[in-house]
Design a protein around this ligand. Sequence first.
Ligand SMILES: *[C@@H]1O[C@H](CO)[C@@H](O)[C@H](O)[C@H]1NC(C)=O
Ligand SMILES: *[C@@H]1O[C@H](CO)[C@@H](O)[C@H](O)[C@H]1NC(C)=O
Ligand SMILES: [Cu+2]
Length: 204
Amino acid sequence: MHFSAVAIVALIPAVLGHGLIQSPPSRPTGATLTANCGSGVASQINSDNTSYVEALPPAAAKDKNYKPALCNLWLCKGLQFADNAANVQKWTAGQEVPIKVWLRIPHEGSANVSIVDTKTNTIVGDMLKVWSKGYAPGRTEKDAPLDQKEFSIKVPTGLEEKCANAGDCVLQWWWFGTGAKQTYESCVDFQVVKPAVKERAFNA
Ligand SMILES: *[C@@H]1O[C@H](CO)[C@@H](O)[C@H](O)[C@H]1NC(C)=O
Ligand SMILES: *[C@@H]1O[C@H](CO)[C@@H](O)[C@H](O)[C@H]1NC(C)=O
Ligand SMILES: [Cu+2]
């Protein structure tokens, strides 16, 4: 067609996406996303669920079904707890949780993993993982060091109240490609449960 080769190459990063948490299962799209964020946002994520956040606000702004009070595009890309309610992880303090990230297309930059209070969109406690630079270098997924794609986090102590109810907290992976100036977010839903052993001792 009449696209130049340069234009086509420039289009690829916008069309193909970038990354998400593959395991444990991260928030997918669903009926609640469409209801709260609108079908423009939903169809963007449906066409590429690893796509970047910056493309979403313009899509939402055009959509009369976008409800900013229920859809924060900068928290889990607007993906909704109700669409992931079947995949709530049950964790205990101190547990090591293996995480697997799909870095579909690398864009070197920074990344981190933290627990976020979904009501206030604030980070709870310390970052669980930080790559302040050098995250996702190279051109294909295999260029990225294995420990950027497969790592584990330790569930902090003291979240048994704050994160007792599914949906109140998420584990969020956040990556910013410095050159591309694109942000990627992916969230795991979990609840922190009290260890069974302790409860038995307490009741005795
Ligand atoms: C993302 O899309 C891929 C197909 O491209 C699918 O296999 C995967 O389950 C999806 N993941 C999420 C979290 O939506
Ligand atoms: C976490 O990562 C995001 C994206 O790279 C970045 O904007 C933010 O400043 C980081 N925060 C910390 C404390 O590393
Ligand atoms: Cu890109």
